[in-house]
Design a protein around this ligand. Structure first.
Ligand SMILES: Cc1cc2nc3c(=O)[nH]c(=O)nc-3n(C[C@H](O)[C@H](O)[C@H](O)COP(=O)(O)OP(=O)(O)OC[C@H]3O[C@@H](n4cnc5c(N)ncnc54)[C@H](O)[C@@H]3O)c2cc1C
Length: 474
């Protein structure tokens, strides 16, 4: 069958790879002039590729590891020791091991023990997320870890990342962060180990593209979908003009190419929920129905705002610094070359300055230089010697649908992948739950979406055709 996949991020490429292997011919439409979506890379010079947004994997990320194996890349994923710090009260404190927590002076000694025990108990209890879905992270932290742990550590961290929505955040979100990634036992208690691909994420995307093309499919970059509509019982995709990504994310603002690709038996969209709604023409939106569209609208996203700096020296000794100080205008510092040695980049060093903001926040309107100027005093608080002269290059990236906000009762609002229109599916990060979104889970999502689309296509086929196919294979 002929299938259109909208979006060449991890989920879209994985799904198209699976569908191609299942004998379907896939056209993958991608707005950006490159592969990988939120995990896409840029050439930072001298042929070195780096993700636009900081990326690593956890040793527990098995879905993506299996995909690397399947694509003949078993040695691509490398384990690396990581170092974490918390910046609070004017200085950075190491925060990688249980011993670091016991020495964490911003908390009274009893609170340190209580906080550590709460995490250990959470990790050791058997059972799923259900008991945590009806309470906020704040309630749970205050009750289990105590007031000081919330006031000095978690409160500023959550407010830094989720702003006004911090108090509404579901404990389900924090449960997944604290239990599914790193277990505080064995080797991992002494040293956190993270995973990063030797050739950046790009090689994975190239292999997926080759697999899709080898089966007769097309991966069309800088070729967004501007509209999805009916083509008799099938579907039609109207592609947007080249360069449409410069007009933002709303496909209704893209110019359209004269050629329209029709005759798709199925369409799998892997775009954010708001973009999916904007893609549907009126007839298809009516078929999808208002109940489904309401679900799409019920989940809010925060925008990731990322300033990537090439520095001529390290800013800190840590890979990951969580900023628990609301006076600093960013929430995290991710010093990539403290995880991966600078030698890999010809001796160059890279730092991501991370932020999450609601749509319309003033910081989102600043260009790279204005942002750097705004961040400079904060960077100097982390390292008083920091000077603008350390910055050799800078890039600014912004992803509007980066973080679905997981509030209490989130599960009941998740839009199902099946839209109610046979052959039309949506698979995006709002459906990743209870885990926090990540490339590992987008691989899982892509696998599941391909399976669901195949069964939806099988159901949609006229029974005479199904009977004939059944007879032939019997
Ligand atoms: C700041 C940041 C840090 C992160 N850190 C990590 C990390 O350390 N580890 C990790 O595993 N994950 C991390 N993630 C999350 C991870 O990158 C995402 O969860 C994952 O890549 C999502 O994949 P996806 O395919 O589901 O969605 P996306 O990557 O969003 O893919 C959707 C695709 O659809 C395309 N698209 C949009 N509109 C159209 C249109 N009209 N027509 C055609 N195409 C369209 C987009 O360009 C995009 O390529 C991070 C994300 C961010 C933002």
């Amino acid at each position: 069958m002929k299938v259109a996949v909208i979006g060449a991020g991890v989920a879209g490429l994985t799904a198209a790879h699976r569908l191609s292997a299942g004998g379907h011919v896939c056209d993958v439409y991608e707005r950006w002039p490159g592969l990988g979506g939120q995990a896409a890379t840029i050439d930072v010079g001298q042929g070195h590729l780096l993700e636009r947004y900081y990326h690593h994997l956890f040793t527990s990320d098995r879905h993506i590891a299996e995909l690397y194996d399947e694509l003949g890349l078993p040695d691509e994923l490398e384990q690396r020791p990581s170092t974490v710090a918390i910046f609070t009260g004017g200085r950075s404190y190491p925060f990688t091991t249980p011993l670091d927590l016991l020495r964490f002076r911003p908390l009274p000694p009893l609170s340190r023990v209580r906080m550590g025990l709460a995490v250990v108990m959470l990790q050791r209890r058997n059972g799923g997320v259900e008991p945590f879905e009806s309470q906020t992270a704040r309630e749970w932290i205050q009750r289990t870890m105590g007031g000081p742990a919330y006031e000095n550590v978690w409160g500023p961290l959550l407010r830094g990342k989720f702003g006004d929505r911090a108090d509404d955040l579901s404990m389900a979100w924090l449960w997944s962060k604290l239990t599914l990634r790193r277990q505080i036992k064995g080797e991992q208690a002494r040293q956190e180990v993270l995973v990063y691909p030797r050739s950046s994420w790009e090689l994975l995307f190239q292999r997926l593209q080759s697999s899709i093309e080898a089966c007769g499919g097309r991966v069309l970059i800088d070729c967004p979908a501007a509209r999805i509509s009916r083509d008799g019982p099938r579907f039609r995709v109207t592609p947007g003009e080249p360069g449409s990504f410069r007009r933002g994310h709303d496909p209704r603002r893209f110019g359209v190419r004269p050629e329209v690709d029709g005759g798709y038996d199925g369409v799998l969209a892997t775009v954010p929920s708001d973009v999916f709604e904007q893609l549907l023409d009126a007839e298809l939106a009516a078929e999808v129905g208002s109940a489904y569209l309401e679900r799409l609208r019920s989940i809010e996203y925060y925008t990731a705002l990322c300033l990537l700096l090439e520095l001529d020296r390290p800013l800190s000794p840590y890979y990951w610094t969580n900023v628990a100080d609301l006076e600093l205008p960013f929430v995290g510092l991710i010093e990539h070359t403290n995880l991966i040695e600078p030698r890999r980049y010809g001796g160059r060093r890279f730092l991501y300055v991370a932020n999450y903001k609601p749509a319309g926040d003033e910081l989102l309107s600043l260009d790279a230089d204005e942002l750097l100027e705004r961040y400079e005093p904060g960077l100097r608080k982390v390292n008083p010697a920091f000077s603008r002269s350390w910055v050799k290059q800078r890039w600014r990236f912004q992803e509007p649908a980066a973080q679905p906000i997981v509030t209490v009762g989130y599960r009941t609002r998740i839009p199902p992948a099946t839209t109610g229109v046979p052959g039309l599916l949506l698979a995006n990060t709002t459906q990743i739950y209870p885990e926090d979104r990540g490339t590992n889970y987008s691989v899982r999502l892509g696998n599941e979406a391909a399976r669901l689309l195949e069964s939806s296509l099988a159901d949609a086929r006229p029974s005479a055709v199904r009977g004939a196919a059944g007879g032939a294979s019997a």
